[in-house]
Design a binder for this molecule. Structure first.
Ligand code: 6GU
Length: 231
C-alpha cells in the first residue's frame, strides 16, 4: 500500500484523473491511498490567499510560504514521508527508472505549484525532490502530479493484471514497444503481420524485439544509442 498526499490550490483539477481507470481501481481496492489537500484551507489569511507579488518585481504571483509550511507540517505530525516532490519545469526530467524507485516508497507528498512559482524558501526547506515532465511549459503542477501518480500507481503490486504486466512497457527495457494488433485479422482489406497469427512463440518474440529496435532507432535515436551501448 502506497499513500500519496497531494497539496494543491486548485484541487478541482485533480478530481477526474484520480477516480477512474487504473488509478481509480487501485484506490478502490486499497492498493493506493491518495488524498488531496486544498492549500487554501491552510492559509491564515481570511480570504484563503496563498500567493503574493514577487519581491524585486516581475510578472505573475508567487506561492507564499505560510500555507505550505503549515500544511506539510501537519501532514508530518501523522506520518513520515520519504519524499516531498515539487513538479516544476526547471528540474531533471522524469524517467522510468526514477518512477520505478519512487513506486517503492510508502508515503510521499506532491506539492503542486501554480502562478509564477513558489517562494524559494519552500524549495530550500521542505522540498526533497524536483521533477519536470518535459521541455514545455504548463500552467501548474497539477497535470504533472497526475502524470507522476499514474506512472507510480500502475507499478504497485496487484494493480496491473498479468496480461498487462508493466514489465512489457516501453522504457522498462530501454526500448519503445513494438506494434500490436487485435481482431479482426482482416479489416477493410488491411491485414495483420502473418507471424503474429502463426502460433510460433519464439519467432513472435524475435519479431517483436526487431520491431522494438527498429521503432526506437527511428523515433528515439537517443534511446537507441543508449541501448546499443549498454549491451
Ligand atoms: Cl513539472 N510543471 C510545469 N508547470 N510545467 C512543466 C512541468 C512541470 N514539466 C514540464 N512543464
Amino acid at each position: 500500500m502506497m499513500r500519496i498526499d497531494i497539496i494543491s490550490a486548485v484541487p478541482e483539477l485533480l478530481k477526474g484523473p484520480l477516480d477512474h481507470s487504473i488509478v481509480g481501481r487501485a484506490r478502490k481496492s486499497g492498493k493506493a491511498e491518495i488524498v488531496v489537500h486544498d492549500l487554501r484551507t491552510y492559509s491564515t489569511d481570511k480570504h484563503g490567499k496563498v500567493d503574493d507579488y514577487p519581491f524585486g518585481g516581475g510578472a505573475g504571483l508567487v506561492m507564499t510560504p505560510q500555507p505550505v509550511f503549515d500544511c506539510i507540517g501537519s501532514l508530518r505530525q501523522v506520518r513520515k514521508y520519504q519524499e516531498v516532490i515539487f513538479p516544476t519545469p526547471d528540474a531533471p526530467i522524469l524517467d522510468q527508472q526514477t518512477v520505478n524507485k519512487l513506486s517503492l516508497h510508502e508515503n510521499i507528498i506532491i506539492l503542486c505549484g501554480h502562478y509564477k512559482g513558489i517562494d524559494q524558501r519552500i524549495r530550500d526547506e521542505l522540498v526533497t525532490m524536483e521533477i519536470s515532465i518535459g521541455d514545455y511549459v504548463l500552467s501548474g503542477g497539477e497535470l504533472p502530479a497526475m502524470v507522476l501518480v499514474d506512472s507510480m500507481v500502475r507499478l504497485l503490486p496487484g494493480v496491473l493484471g498479468d496480461a498487462e504486466s508493466a514489465l512489457d512497457d516501453s522504457f522498462q527495457d530501454g526500448l519503445l514497444s513494438p506494434p500490436v494488433y487485435t481482431r479482426p485479422a482482416s479489416f477493410r482489406g488491411l491485414g495483420v503481420p502473418e507471424i503474429l497469427t502463426s502460433g510460433n512463440h519464439e519467432r513472435i518474440r524475435v519479431w517483436r524485439e526487431e520491431k522494438a529496435l527498429e521503432r526506437t532507432r527511428e523515433v528515439r535515436p537517443d534511446l537507441y544509442g543508449n541501448f546499443i551501448n549498454k549491451k
